[in-house]
Write a protein that binds this ligand. Structure first.
Ligand code: C2E
Ligand code: MG
Ligand code: MG
Ligand code: MG
Length: 279
């Protein structure tokens, strides 16, 4: 098809591809300095109990603000970190920062909030992860039960056996576990039952179609029913409208997260949200 559109098309692809490769190499170089230069920080997005609209926790999302390139999305730099071995440094920074900041927040506000942090596939495959998590919790003085680690279905496919072993070890520490972006991969709840999961997060692509599609409503209804049947708490991702909230409530989904409740924000901003501070 590209050929039929003539030579200009090739040239266009060429330039675009070269620019992409150049940005990739540049960012990978820059990422090496991001931790020591203090360019990484953590944003917190509220997780809300749908029935009461009370904030029950937050998801920690990594942010990279580069002095020249501005904000670089984690969707772009986490894969770079994964490819280049930087994921251990970046992931370690993330876990230390989140546990320290959240322990502070809980002390100041006396709030029983849970903090969710994401693990990438390579982190999950690293045998040192268990010690990294235990040390981060210990140093911060954060109880293991207030941390929930999110993993995607992909992360489990890399090396399922060692991933399952790692997750069981985490669960023994007392850390909770969530399956992230559920519905985007190919695994079923039946396959996931080998894992010591506590929470299932429904991917935001389903939530986005809830209002317009009866089929999607039916799918989400059955995901929630199945998850509840095996004792999982369900979180809907990407809630943006009051209508989506209504439907999710009716379906019986437990928790929600999304721009409707709050965008990812620096800790101080998260801490000032209504419903965080103890009365
Ligand atoms: P995720 O774990 O599924 O995180 C949710 C993403 O959805 C976040 O994007 C968040 O900003 C976005 N989001 C939240 N509410 C809404 C909404 O109402 N509408 C829309 N359109 N989007 C919403 P973000 O922060 O860009 O992160 C993207 C992905 O990068 C994350 O997806 C996660 O897989 C990865 N990531 C972020 N931080 C980390 C980290 O510290 N470690 C690892 N391994 N991965 C991370
Ligand atoms: Mg997540
Ligand atoms: Mg997610
Ligand atoms: Mg997602």
């Amino acid at each position: 098809r590209a050929k039929a559109q003539g030579r200009g098309r090739y040239a266009f692809f060429d330039v675009e591809l070269r620019e992409r490769v150049q940005r990739h190499m540049l960012l990978e170089q820059e990422l090496r300095h991001a931790v020591p230069r203090g360019q990484l920080w953590v944003a917190y997005q509220p997780v809300v109990e749908l029935a009461s609209e009370r904030i029950v926790g937050a998801e920690a999302l990594l942010r990279w603000t580069h002095p020249e390139h501005g904000a670089v999305s984690p969707a772009e730099f986490i894969p770079l970190a994964e490819e280049s071995d930087l994921i251990n440094e970046v992931g370690g920074f993330m876990l230390r920062t989140v546990t320290r900041e959240f322990a502070e927040l809980r002390r100041e506000h006396g709030a029983e909030l849970q903090i969710n942090a994401n693990l990438s596939p390579r982190q999950l495959g690293d045998p040192r992860l268990h010690d990294t998590v235990r040390a981060a919790l210990g140093d911060a003085g954060l109880p293991a039960g207030s941390l929930c680690l999110e993993v995607t279905e992909n992360a489990l496919m890399l090396d399922a056996t060692s991933a399952v072993r790692m997750l069981r070890g985490m669960r023994k520490l007392g850390v909770f576990l969530a399956i992230d972006d559920f519905g985007t991969g190919y695994s079923s709840l039946a396959q996931l039952r080998r894992l010591p999961l506590d929470t299932l997060k429904i991917d935001r692509s389903f939530v986005a179609e809830l209002s317009d599609s009866d089929d999607v409503q039916a799918i989400v209804t059955s995901i929630v029913a199945m998850a509840h049947a095996v004792g999982l708490t369900v979180v809907a991702e990407g809630v943006e409208t009051a209508e989506q909230l209504d439907i999710l409530r009716r379906i019986g989904c437990d928790h929600g997260q999304g721009f409707y409740f709050g965008k990812p924000a620096p800790l101080a901003e998260f801490a000032s949200l209504r419903g965080i501070a103890a009365p």
